[in-house]
Design a protein around this ligand. Sequence first.
Ligand code: ZN
Length: 322
Amino acid sequence: MSGPQDTQGARADAPDPLYDRLTGYAGRPAATAGTGRDPVNAPMIRHWCEAMGDTSAAYRGPDAVAPPTMLQAWTMRGLSKDSESDDGTGRSTAYDDMLGLLDGAGYTSVVATDCEQEYLRPLRPGDRITFDAVIESVSRRKTTKLGTGYFVTTRMNVRANGEPAGTHRFRVLTYRPAQRKKEPPLRPRPVINRDNAGFWAGVAEHRLLIQRCTSCTALRFPWLPGCNACAGLEWDTVEASGEGTVFSHVVMHHPRFPAFDPSGESGPYAVALIEPAEGVRVVGNVTGVPYDKVSVGLPVRLEFLRTDPGLELPVFRASEGG
Ligand code: ZN
């Protein structure tokens, strides 16, 4: 398992009173006299192997052992905190106190970063599990892509019938989330596939291409694999002259979506159904007039609008005096 890597360590001599307090917890118990909820048992081994897709014969039959990587599973409790008054976790107050200290200082987010296990003896059905855990170390303050914080490592010593069975070392990053730069909103990307790639290739050349059936000459838009009039599969294209009129339109008020609003104020905007001079109808934005000046019959002219560095779209500008 791997997670955020520290990209920048704090200078070792930089004063950090919080770090000084946190390191006071190193060596203190995170859990004492914890007990496994169930002995090592065949049903849990079977479920684990099914979930992992592990078909090894070592985990089946009368001489079965448990998969070593199940080590932590035997120490875990259920999800419900109220199910048992003696919860058996052995969790110490030191670990909670340390997390409280971090929380109070604004390091409110926690992410698991990695774990290491050592196996000292195989576990077999019937083994009774006990464990202790210690706060092994706290790192100096580090800055990661997620934010700035401290890596805290705990080490759990697991015993089976009182004999050392393995260690489970677990590391978390407790951090203050990085401030994300506010990116300007982007319009959704078109889905480009084999059926419509030619249309978008035309847009890239500032041409609005309309499909034409080579069997019956019917024009069609949007692009489709076949002709709706004659079911013909062969086609070529006609380039729109760019002249057209508004056939119909709607004004979008909600939900607000700043990427669609040329004023950037997330206000209403018009979406029009344009009838190019060649026929067919094309959905697009009308530019050059406020949304409430768009009307049926308004003459428009095709142009291309780069909405952001990754997207260019055909739009329709209201003609002079329109
Ligand atoms: Zn046709």
